[in-house]
Design a protein around this ligand. Structure first.
Ligand SMILES: Nc1ncnc2c1ncn2[C@@H]1O[C@H](COP(=O)(O)OP(=O)(O)O)[C@@H](O)[C@H]1O
Ligand SMILES: O=C(O)C1=C[C@@H](OP(=O)(O)O)[C@@H](O)[C@H](O)C1
Ligand SMILES: [Mg+2]
Length: 166
């Protein structure tokens, strides 16, 4: 079973994913990193040069690739929930964890590398409103009352171990 992390941009999926990978001795794959490796471009470059639609197509290919792995921590990009086919592929081989970090804490992060967010906190508020129902719908587990990335990782690791032992 893979361990799949979903949530808003800046909620800590990549950070928590790295901690979980060490904690559980499982390899880590980040769909954003897969996209960047395959394209040979950074995410801001991809959005600027090819547009969001092309990025989403690449993200779907990365989701399929990641879903073929086993026993891997998969950190996704915040928009992975935008296409049901991404979530169907990931749910077929993994448990889905939604890191529901406090929106004001998310807003406090640096979002310059995120073309859909940039410097405008209202963009995050709009994204949250548009997406929250999808994160909730696709999550098998929601982790909402943890402050630090370490705390979130510990909670997720315990839930994952419990689910895999039963
Ligand atoms: N409680 C927390 N959970 C997750 N990330 C946190 C937390 N507190 C601070 N951070 C920081 O927030 C940022 C989250 O970024 P990142 O892991 O790239 O998120 P994502 O991959 O979800 O966009 C990182 O700089 C991380 O160190
Ligand atoms: O929410 C989104 O639509 C996006 C989130 C980013 O990933 P993170 O959630 O890891 O920041 C990245 O995939 C891209 O900038 C688009
Ligand atoms: Mg990330």
């Amino acid at each position: 079973m893979n361990l799949v992390l979903i949530g808003m941009p800046g909620s800590g999926k990549s950070t928590v994913g790295k901690i979980l990978s060490k904690m559980l001795c499982m390899p880590l794959v980040d769909t954003d990193a897969l996209v960047e490796q395959t394209a040979g471009k950074t995410i801001p470059e991809l959005f600027a040069q090819e547009g969001e639609r092309a990025f989403r197509d690449r993200e779907t290919a990365a989701a399929r690739q990641a879903a073929e792995l086993d026993n891997t921590v998969i950190a996704t990009g915040g928009g992975i929930i935008l296409r049901p086919e991404n979530m169907e592929a990931l749910a077929a081989t993994g448990l889905i964890f939604f890191r529901d970090r406090d929106l004001e804490d998310i807003i406090g992060e640096d979002h310059m590398g995120r073309p859909l967010v940039g410097k405008d906190p209202d963009k995050l508020r709009i994204l949250y409103t548009q997406r929250i129902d999808f994160y909730r719908k696709y999550a098998q587990y929601t982790i909402s009352d943890t402050k630090t990335a370490e705390e979130a990782a510990a909670r997720i690791a315990a839930l994952y171990r419990e689910a895999c032992q039963s």
